[in-house]
Design a protein around this ligand. Structure first.
Ligand SMILES: [Zn+2]
Length: 104
């Protein structure tokens, strides 16, 4: 049995949808670092293939001064199944989506 493809949002995109299951969600997290590789690593831990993670970072990255900022929506159900769950990172509810930087 396959689950039905979720309907895109009113604007015809999956904006504000979970990165992994594409259902609408208010929760997410973000990555902040001067090297975009930090966000790529984070998305890879969320379960994206590395090439897909790199492409997505290029699409989503917002330059915030010297830093690259990438915010993604991820639902609680999906997040529970990712490798990020074992880190100190947690989801936040929009608009308070937390940004994580590498610990020095
Ligand atoms: Zn999800």
């Amino acid at each position: 049995m396959t689950s039905p493809t979720p309907v895109a949002g009113l604007d015809g995109t999956y904006r504000h949808s979970c990165l992994l299951c594409r259902t609408g969600t208010d929760t997410g997290l973000g990555f902040l670092h001067d090297a975009p590789e930090w966000a790529v690593a984070g998305l890879t831990l969320l379960g994206l293939p590395p090439e897909e993670a790199e492409t997505l970072v290029l699409e989503l990255a917002r330059d915030d001064g010297p830093a690259t900022v990438v915010r993604v929506r991820v639902c609680e159900d999906c997040f529970t199944g990712t490798d990020l769950r074992t880190t100190a990172m947690t989801l936040g509810v929009a608009p308070d989506i937390p940004l994580y930087s590498p610990r020095v």
